[in-house]
Design a protein around this ligand. Structure first.
Ligand code: NI
Length: 168
């Protein structure tokens, strides 16, 4: 297994829309295993392939306390969303140190393929619901900071640019 490099905002590659996986084969399973390794090493609770510069629709998530419940979603689709929404302060491995309050549907149903190419459906609530919606956004080229006001976004860009200059 390999720990992959994670792209950081404002890298334009984070805005590329990922393509569906046409066949779940050994190449995909290797990528899933590397993505899981990368997520656990970070450490994070979710990672989308887009964040490691692979533009295919694959997500790994583990919201368990013991860090032993890996969930893999290939070609995930939200098939139903609750009307009631919730605000949650989200972080992102591609935007280290930044937290943004994002409002999303409280519960979603997600249909996806597992590592064996088998379809499954999960009814997600709580942290899993937030996380799966956040990661599907990544596959669609959307980064959580895009939920911030324009003013906050431009302040954030300025802060990142300054930090990069200081690092040389
Ligand atoms: Ni993220």
């Amino acid at each position: 297994m390999t720990v992959l490099d994670i792209l950081h905002f404002p890298d334009s590659r984070l805005h590329q829309v990922a393509k569906p996986v046409s066949q779940v084969d050994d190449r995909i399973r290797q990528l899933v295993s590397d993505m899981a390794e990368t997520m656990y090493a970070a450490p994070g609770i979710g990672l989308a392939a887009t964040q490691v510069n692979v533009h295919e629709r694959i997500i790994v998530i583990d919201v368990s306390e013991e860090r032993d419940e890996l969930r893999v979603f290939i070609n995930p689709e939200i098939t139903a969303s609750s009307e009631d929404c919730k605000l949650f302060e989200e972080g992102c491995l591609s935007v280290p140190g930044v937290y943004a309050e994002v409002e999303r549907p409280d519960r979603v149903s997600v249909r996806a393929l597992d590592e064996n190419g088998k379809t499954f459906v999960v009814n997600a609530d709580g942290l899993l619901s937030v996380c799966v919606q956040h990661e599907i956004d990544h596959l669609n080229g959307r980064v959580m900071v895009q939920y911030l006001s324009r003013l906050k976004q431009s302040r954030l860009r300025a802060r990142i640019a300054k930090a990069e200059r200081e690092l040389g």
